[in-house]
Design a protein around this ligand. Structure first.
Ligand SMILES: [Zn+2]
Length: 478
C-alpha cells in the first residue's frame, strides 16, 4: 500500500496521530511485552537505571538523568530514538513538523485554509526527531526558541506576522525528543523561557507574544553537585521534571571490563596480534575503581569510564609498539607497559583541592600499585608459595617494556622457583586467550605480574627507572 500523500489520504487510512509521549509509551509497551532489549549496548544498568527510565516513559514524564561524567547519560538519551515510530506524517514543508490534523504554525494553517484536505503531507523518519544541545551560559532564547527573521522582514513580511519568526531548536524538534546536556549550566533566564514554552505554551520573542502549543518531550542530563546546588535550576522547571533517574559507575569489575571491550579501539589490523590477558584488563578497570574512591581525587566530577577505555588503548599501543620494534608477531601487554597509561589518565582525574597538580603522576602511580596488588592477590596466595619464595636466590632480575619475550623464557629456564610460581598463576587463570602451553609473550606478561605482585606484597624489592625495573629478593623477610 502506498503511503498517504495528502491529509485526505491520511484520514482515509485511519491513521491515528499520537502525542510524542503517547507514542513512546505505546512503543515501550510493545517492547516490554516482547522482552526486547531497550538499550542495546548499555552495560550494567539492567536492574538499576533502565527500570527507572521505563517507568518515566510509562508515566509520560520529562526526565533528567543525574550522574557523574562518563556514565553513559548522553548515550542513553540518544537511544531513546528507538522508542519512536519509524516515521510520522507531517505537513509538507513545515518547519516545525506540524501534525496534519492539527497544524499550529501560521504557514501551515494558511496552507490548510487554502487547500483543505488536499494539503500535501510528507513522512519524517525518526532520526530527525531527536536534537540535543549542550547547555552553556551563552545559549540564547533565539537558539532554543526563536527569533525574528530580519531577512523575512526585509522581504516585506510584517513584523507582527508569525511568518517572520525564525524558529529555534525546540520548535524544530516539535513532535520529537529534545535533550539538554548539563542543564544547570543554562542561564536562569533561559530556563524560565523554557518553562514557559512547555507549560504555558506562550512565548514572547522580542516582546511579540506568540502561542505555540508544541509537543516535545524534554530530557536532560546533569551532574549531581550542580543539580542539588541551590538556585542552579529554577524551581518551576525543576518541578516540571517528572522523573530524576540516577546513573552510576559499573557495579562490578566485569561490567567495567565489558564496557572497555565494547568501546576501546583494539582491532587494529596491522599484522600484530595483541592478546590482552584478563588480569591486565582487571588491573585497568581496578585503577579507575580505586580512583573513584581516592581521597586525593576530586570526586564531585567523577572518574569517567573513558579513563578505563583510553588507558586500555594506550596499554595496547605500548605492546604494539614493542612488537613493531622487536619484530614480534604476537605480543601481550605487561606490567612495565602500565607506566604509559598515565598519558591517557592525566586530565581524566581532577585532584582534590588540597593536592598539588605536580602530584598527579605520583597519585596515579600509587593507585596503579594498589590495583596490581588487589588483582594479584586474587590469583596468588602468598601463603601457598612460602616455600618457593624462601628458595628464591638473590640474583637481580631485570625486566623492561622493551625487552623481547624470549628473554623472559630464558629467565624461566634459569629460575625454577619463578617458573613454578608462574606456572601456578597460569593454571589459576581461566582465560580463554591463554593456550595450554605458555607462549613467550604470555610468559613475559606473567613473569612481570608475578614479580610485581611479590613486590606489592613486600616479598621483593624493586628499583625502577623509566621502563626498566630490577627486582631483587629482600634480605630480611618481613
Ligand atoms: Zn507548520
Amino acid at each position: 500500500m502506498q503511503k498517504p500523500k495528502t491529509i485526505r489520504e491520511l484520514k482515509d487510512s485511519k491513521y491515528e496521530v499520537l502525542s510524542i509521549k503517547d507514542e513512546m509509551r505505546k512503543n515501550l509497551i510493545t517492547r516490554l511485552k516482547e522482552s526486547e532489549e531497550l538499550f542495546p549496548g548499555i552495560i550494567g544498568y539492567d536492574d538499576t537505571v533502565i527500570p527507572q527510565i521505563e517507568n518515566a516513559i510509562l508515566s509520560k514524564h520529562d526526565t533528567l538523568l543525574l550522574g557523574l561524567r562518563g556514565q553513559a547519560k548522553t548515550r542513553i538519551l540518544r537511544n531513546l530514538i528507538n522508542l519512536l515510530d519509524e516515521e510520522i506524517p507531517i505537513i509538507k514543508g513545515c518547519e516545525i513538523n506540524d501534525n496534519p490534523f492539527h497544524p499550529v504554525c501560521k504557514a501551515c494553517t494558511d496552507k490548510v485554509n487554502e487547500h483543505g484536505e488536499y494539503t500535501e503531507i510528507t513522512w519524517l523518519s525518526r532520526e530527525y526527531r531527536y536534537r540535543e544541545k549542550l547547555a552553556t551560559p551563552d545559549v540564547t532564547v533565539a537558539d532554543l526558541i526563536g527569533d525574528i527573521d530580519l531577512v523575512k522582514v526585509a522581504e516585506g513580511k510584517y513584523l507582527s506576522s508569525e511568518l517572520t519568526i525564525h524558529f529555534g531548536l525546540i520548535p524544530r524538534t516539535n513532535r520529537g525528543i529534545f535533550a539538554i546536556n548539563e542543564l544547570p549550566d543554562l542561564s536562569p533566564k533561559i530556563q524560565v523561557s523554557l518553562f514557559n514554552v512547555l507549560q504555558e505554551r506562550d512565548i514572547q520573542i522580542r516582546g511579540y507574544p506568540i502561542r505555540l502549543p508544541l509537543d516535545v518531550i524534554l530530557v536532560f542530563s546533569a551532574n549531581p553537585e550542580d543539580y542539588t546546588n541551590r538556585g542552579r535550576i529554577v524551581t518551576p522547571l525543576k518541578d516540571r521534571i517528572g522523573s530524576v533517574v540516577t546513573t552510576h559507575y559499573p557495579l562490578t569489575r566485569d561490567d567495567g571490563i565489558r564496557i572497555i571491550e565494547q568501546n576501546a579501539w583494539i582491532d587494529r589490523n596491522c599484522g600484530i596480534k595483541v592478546a590482552i590477558p584478563k588480569f591486565m584488563k582487571e588491573i585497568i578497570e581496578e585503577i579507575s575503581h580505586i580512583a573513584r574512591s581516592s581521597q586525593e581525587i576530586n570526586q564531585s566530577s567523577g572518574v569517567s569510564a573513558r579513563m578505563s577505555i583510553c588507558n586500555y588503548e594506550t596499554l595496547t599501543s605500548n605492546a604494539e609498539r614493542r612488537a613493531i620494534k622487536t619484530s614480534e608477531k604476537d605480543t601481550v601487554p605487561r606490567i612495565s607497559d602500565l607506566r604509559h597509561i598515565f598519558a591517557s589518565a592525566r586530565g581524566k582525574v581532577e585532584l582534590d583541592s588540597t593536592m598539588d597538580d605536580e602530584q598527579e603522576d605520583e597519585i596515579l602511580r600509587k593507585i596503579t600499585r594498589e590495583a596490581i596488588k588487589n588483582v594479584f592477590n586474587q590469583y596468588f596466595k602468598i601463603e601457598a608459595h612460602q616455600e618457593e619464595i624462601r628458595l628464591l636466590n638473590d640474583k637481580n632480575i631485570y625486566v623492561s617494556d622493551e625487552m623481547p619475550s624470549e628473554e623472559y623464557v630464558k629467565l624461566l629456564e634459569s629460575n625454577k622457583e619463578i617458573k613454578k610460581m608462574v606456572q601456578g598463576l597460569h593454571n589459576k587463570m581461566e582465560d580463554v586467550i591463554m593456550d595450554r602451553e605458555i607462549t613467550p609473550p604470555m610468559a613475559a606478561s606473567l613473569v612481570e605480574f608475578l614479580l610485581d605482585g611479590l613486590h606489592a606484597n613486600k616479598k621483593l624489592n624493586k628499583d625502577e627507572l623509566g621502563g626498566k625495573a630490577t627486582y631483587k629478593r629482600r634480605k630480611i623477610e618481613i
